[in-house]
Design a protein around this ligand. Structure first.
Ligand SMILES: N[C@@H](CCSC[C@H]1O[C@@H](n2cnc3c(=O)[nH]cnc32)[C@H](O)[C@@H]1O)C(=O)O
Ligand SMILES: [Zn+2]
Length: 429
């Protein structure tokens, strides 16, 4: 059983055209072998009446935060983090993180997401869950040193390096890592200067939150007389493989800086709307040639991990922000959730062509809200949702067949998550 054929459907190609055809995946290499007219495979997935798309990539999330879904809503970022989220997170044990991660991974598989980038703590739990669930992930330990004494701060930085070194290449290469300082205001310059060179030495990228709110931009401008991303470059950040989450409040120089340096941005439209952080200049970034991916951020600021919601939000708010209905058109939004996010994450995925990772989702087109079929890319951007996903495949392996998740026990995962979520909130109160 070395090959998997996905037959009888239509296929979304990298140029955003849709054609009738099959896909043959090689389960040994985890790559797509052929598209269109393909030889028979050893195992078969029925895509008739469906659309085969690249598995969506959630390029910025905190997956264990599914445990805090609906726990603290309707607040701006600083209050939300400092008064509600961080106090509860301080009580989280590795087993809680594991329960939250598994809940999130089930949700991703069910909604056609095959890869993600995660910033959280207890990274070994995330890696173990990813190994079991079969997804692809770039993971890192989120480092916060503000408000900690010197020893605690150093331990957090060391842990960030340790997990980046230890887990890069884990789960047969499905897991990669990054060094993840939380943001430019929660980790200080001297710490970046000391630790970023070590991340370079370990050959891992750096991922952080940047320019998310004006409350985060202003102190840097006031204290250092430069924009946050200029400050970031001064402290060794924004190499081509690096990527920042949000990029809401960017000036022209910062957009140019991202384009020149080749660093990526992960747009998180739902989180930015929910926390009223602002509207990222997505069309401007795309026009400047910046690599833009898409992310949900954590489930406590979204409140789900469905990337179909995210790409619709990106298209909608992109137009509103630009005051231009042609901004962030359907192909751009779908491109961000697939090839864009994969490029940002450093995954050889996000496109259906031979040689790319066989990370795929099959959507049912046979649905009232997807009728008629004028333009299927338009449907992906504006009408489809995660519940339309029939099969999910990652690295050539079937993770969900006919809406049945095969790698995790959904009922057990949900029960365990309920139990841990209740206990965590009780402990925090
Ligand atoms: N080691 C750190 C944890 C950092 S993990 C990454 C952090 O990002 C937080 N987070 C989630 N969403 C956002 C966001 O939109 N902006 C900034 N931080 C966020 C999340 O709650 C988590 O605390 C510690 O000891 O506190
Ligand atoms: Zn975040």
């Amino acid at each position: 059983m070395t090959t998997l054929e996905i037959v009888g459907g239509r296929v979304l190609r990298p140029d955003m055209t849709v054609e009738h055809g099959d896909v043959l995946a090689d389960r040994e290499t985890g790559e797509i072998r052929a598209v269109g007219d393909v030889p028979d495979g050893d195992e078969s997935l029925d895509a008739s009446g469906g659309l085969v798309i690249p598995g969506l990539v959630n390029a910025h999330t905190h997956v264990a935060m599914t445990l805090l879904r609906g726990y603290a809503d309707d607040e701006p970022l600083e209050t939300w983090l400092q008064e509600d989220i961080w106090p509860v997170e301080a009580t989280l044990e590795p087993a809680d993180v594991r329960a939250g991660v598994e809940l999130g991974l089930v949700e991703m598989i069910e909604t056609g997401t095959t890869g993600f980038c995660d910033m959280y703590f207890d990274v070994p739990e995330t890696v173990a869950a990813v190994e079991e669930a079969g997804l692809r992930a770039r993971v890192g330990h989120g480092i916060v040193t503000v408000g900690k004494d010197e020893d605690e701060a150093r331990a957090d930085l060391e842990e960030g390096l340790r997990v980046a070194r230890e887990f890069d290449g884990a789960a047969d290469g499905r897991v990669s890592t990054a060094f993840m300082p939380h943001s430019l205001t929660t980790v200080d310059a001297a710490e970046l200067d000391a630790f970023v060179p070590e991340a370079r030495e370990a050959d891992v990228p750096v991922h952080l939150h940047a320019n998310e709110t004006t409350g985060e931009v202003e102190p840097i401008v006031d204290d250092h007389e430069k924009r946050p991303l200029e400050y970031a470059v001064d402290h060794g950040l924004l190499e081509p493989e690096d990527f920042v989450a949000h990029g809401v409040h960017l000036d022209e120089r910062e957009v140019d800086l991202l384009a020149e340096r080749g660093a990526g941005v992960v747009h998180c439209p739902a989180s930015n709307m929910k926390l009223a952080s602002g509207i990222a200049p997505v069309q401007t970034l795309l026009d400047a040639g910046v690599t833009v991916g898409l992310g949900t951020d954590g489930a406590a600021s979204n409140n789900d991990l469905d990337m179909f919601d995210e790409l619709r939000d990106a298209a909608m708010v992109g137009k509103l922000g630009a005051g231009d209905a042609s901004a962030v058109d359907a192909p751009s939004a779908v491109g961000m959730a697939t090839a864009g996010s994969a490029a940002v994450a450093g995954f050889d995925a996000g496109r259906i062509e031979p040689g790319a990772n066989a990370d795929l989702a099959v959507l049912d087109l046979d649905a009232t809200h997807l009728t008629p079929h004028h333009d299927l890319v338009s449907h992906l951007a504006y009408a489809a949702s995660g519940t339309d996903v029939r099969h999910t495949v990652c690295d050539g392996e079937v993770l969900m067949r006919d809406r049945e998740v095969l790698t995790l026990d959904v009922d057990e995962v949900r029960e365990t998550a309920e139990r841990h979520a209740a206990a965590v909130v009780e402990r925090a109160e």
